[in-house]
Design a binder for this molecule. Structure first.
Ligand SMILES: [Zn+2]
Ligand SMILES: [Zn+2]
Length: 645
């Protein structure tokens, strides 16, 4: 009889990750098995060989015969420790659901959009970047390249070399929406690219996983952060494109950073890890400088620019800039008209969805708010609804005020749907497409990619999604409706996010050799995130923002732990927050400071009251120790949060 430490893929007993089981068959470390727990059965992973224990053990029910590569298993164990998270939660990320189901072997769906392309001619910057990665030892590299500097070509060249060495490549992108574009560029150079993201069907996910597990050939995988847990045996290259994007942080437990995970995965495989971005996170760059890791800069555009962008900053407090429309400036309207007449595209960016952000009574000031989250409802005129953007609760649009019965209800603020309907009134002949979280699948960037690329769509309106990495050869103008609209949020990362977004969106133009323009509307034209942003001055912004973080003692100068409690009643939430605060005071290292307890920024969510404590520490270990004292019920913890909201 053999004995094994097996980790179930579900939490059986909090605090215990593995249990001892017996087996007639000899099994391998990493083997995925089925184990009985009480009357139920679970998937589990063999973690270790054990000696015969003194207590009774149950038999492993059966084995799936599938074995996780040792690096995947080591990576998951590392995540469990580094984020102080149950191992079961980590294992779930690497094992596709429905593993036991019998399936027919079927072709894996890959999306290919062929695009004609001649051989890549590298710029001096690109050559330098490729050589730096190739000539250095395995490790992490920051590739700081301005938008349009041709980072994708660098990735392709590095991937070719890696595959030639018989090793696999993982190319991560922050948004599923952007996979079409990078796949189409990679598919000019590689056959059989595998694609992994969360919107694959269970069957496709399973087939892809199986294909990776059983193959001995080097693979090229393009995907979202979950692709980090693909069962690859030999990885030579990991790329995180647009590495500053917030979607690289997983918001559910184990709340990991893909950058940290990729670094460790790279170490386990002795691979090269490349973080590519036009606006690297200031914490990441600072840490790389301190650790003397290679930082590669590409300052030149890959396309020789004969014309530079004409940038206009429109002060929204000056109403004579808005003679024709209340929130679309005369300048922007003029640019749209010019573009329409010469067949160029216009991209209009605004980071609010819906039609109006506030609905109120003109007589008594009543405001419609979500009763579960206490945030103003957003008006969605197309569906005749008020919608909560936190919990998705909806209500009918009121035809009179519920407080004073006054029939004059007004809508303030503007979202992408309103911009779309206003623009289509002014330019009825234009082909307009809106992209935001309200789109149905058929309207998404992914499904309309070829229309966008060919220029069939004249005017593109959208939220963050249109700002990120989209390559539009027919684009003539980028317009930003209100460049300061994200700045009101009280968070240490707000200014950096605003700068990154602005840089990204401005970077959409000027990738071809046509006359192009940028129109930025804002109430705060001198705000550093906007002033540095329109001048494309990353270095200036970096110095400024780093100094701010130093003064306010936020990352990278300190480590953070966010503890949030959530209860049905406000009294219980306050009580829980205060009692944990008292408990922590007795055990905390004297160097750790506690902010709070305070109500969370989103104080009510889904009908619950939320209070929070934020801990700052010069050493991360002090915070990890604290997690063990946080109650398991009604509390959520996040180490290294990127936002305190
Ligand atoms: Zn009223
Ligand atoms: Zn709500």
């Amino acid at each position: 009889m053999h004995y094994y430490e097996v980790a179930p893929t579900a939490i059986i007993r909090p605090g215990t990750d593995t249990f001892t089981y017996s087996s007639e068959l000899a099994l391998s470390i990493g083997e995925i098995v089925v184990i009985p727990v009480g009357k139920k059965s679970y998937n589990g992973v063999v973690i270790n060989i054990s000696s015969k224990p003194k207590f009774e053990t149950k038999d492993i029910t059966t084995t799936t015969g599938k074995i996780l590569p040792k690096q995947t298993l080591e990576l998951l164990s590392w995540i469990a420790k580094y984020y102080n998270s149950p191992l079961a939660t980590c294992l779930q990320m690497a094992i596709p659901p429905g593993l036991h189901k019998k399936r027919r072997n079927k072709e894996i769906n890959t999306e290919i959009h062929p695009r004609k392309r001649t051989n890549i001619l590298f710029t001096p910057d690109q050559n330098e970047a490729i050589n730096t990665v190739n000539n250095n030892d395995p490790g992490t590299f920051i590739l700081h390249g301005v938008t349009g500097s041709g980072k994708t070509d660098v990735y392709i060249e590095l991937a070719k070399k890696t595959v030639a060495q018989d090793k696999s490549c993982l190319i991560l992108v922050p948004e599923i929406a952007l996979t079409s574009q990078i796949i189409s560029e990679f598919s000019n150079h590689f056959d059989n690219i595998l694609v992994i993201h969360s919107s694959l069907t269970e069957a496709d996910r399973h087939n892809t996983w199986q294909a990776i597990l059983s193959s001995d050939k080097p693979q090229v995988i393009i995907g979202a952060r979950s692709a980090l847990f693909s069962p690859l045996k030999k990885i030579g290259l990991i790329v995180l494109d647009e590495s500053h994007e917030s979607s690289y942080k997983q918001e559910q437990a184990p709340r990991y950073s893909s950058l940290r995970v990729a670094t460790v995965l790279g170490k386990l495989h002795d691979a090269k890890v490349v973080f590519g971005s036009a606006t690297p996170s200031i914490s990441e760059l600072y840490m790389a400088q301190k650790a003397k890791r290679p930082i590669i800069t590409m300052k030149e555009s890959a396309v020789k620019q004969e014309v530079s962008s004409d940038v206009s900053l429109i002060d929204m407090t000056k109403r004579n800039n808005f003679k024709k429309h209340r929130f679309i400036s005369d300048k922007l309207l003029q640019e749209i008209e010019n573009n329409l007449s010469k067949g160029s595209q216009t991209l209009i960016f605004h980071n609010r969805r819906g039609n109006a952000s506030t609905t109120l009574c003109s007589s008594c000031g009543w405001t419609s708010i979500c009763p579960r989250c206490y945030v103003p409802y957003t008006l969605h005129s197309d569906t005749h609804q008020l919608k909560c953007h936190i919990c998705s609760n909806t209500e009918k649009i009121p035809n009179h005020c519920p407080e004073c019965q006054n029939a004059d209800i007004i809508f303030k603020g503007y979202g992408t749907k309103l911009i779309e309907s206003e623009i289509s009134k002014i330019f009825p002949e234009a082909n307009i497409a809106r992209f935001d979280a309200d789109n149905k699948e058929i309207e998404t960037l992914r499904s309309r990619y070829s229309e966008l690329y060919s220029g069939e769509i004249d005017i593109i309106i959208g939220t963050q999604i249109v700002a990120k990495g989209l390559d539009l050869p027919k684009l003539g103008t980028v317009g930003v409706i209100q460049a300061d609209s994200g700045l009101a949020l009280p968070d240490f990362g707000t200014i950096e996010r605003n700068f990154q977004l602005l840089t990204q969106v401005i970077g959409r133009v000027g990738r071809n050799n046509t006359i192009n323009s940028v129109v930025i509307q804002t109430y705060q034209p001198t705000h550093p995130s906007i002033a540095f942003g329109i001048n494309k001055d990353y270095d200036g912004f970096y110095k400024y923002a780093l100094e701010q973080r130093k003064l306010s003692k936020f990352p990278p100068f300190t480590h953070l732990l966010k503890l949030t409690t959530s209860y049905k009643t406000e009294a219980s939430a306050i009580k829980a927050a205060r009692s944990l605060n008292l408990k922590l005071k007795k055990i905390l290292h004297p160097d750790v400071t506690v902010l709070g307890p305070v109500p969370a920024f989103y104080e009510r969510q889904f009908g619950n009251y939320r209070w929070q404590l934020v801990l700052k520490s010069p050493r991360r270990e002090y915070l990890l120790d604290v997690i063990d004292s946080v109650p398991t019920n009604n509390w959520q913890y996040e180490i290294d949060p990127t936002s305190l909201l």
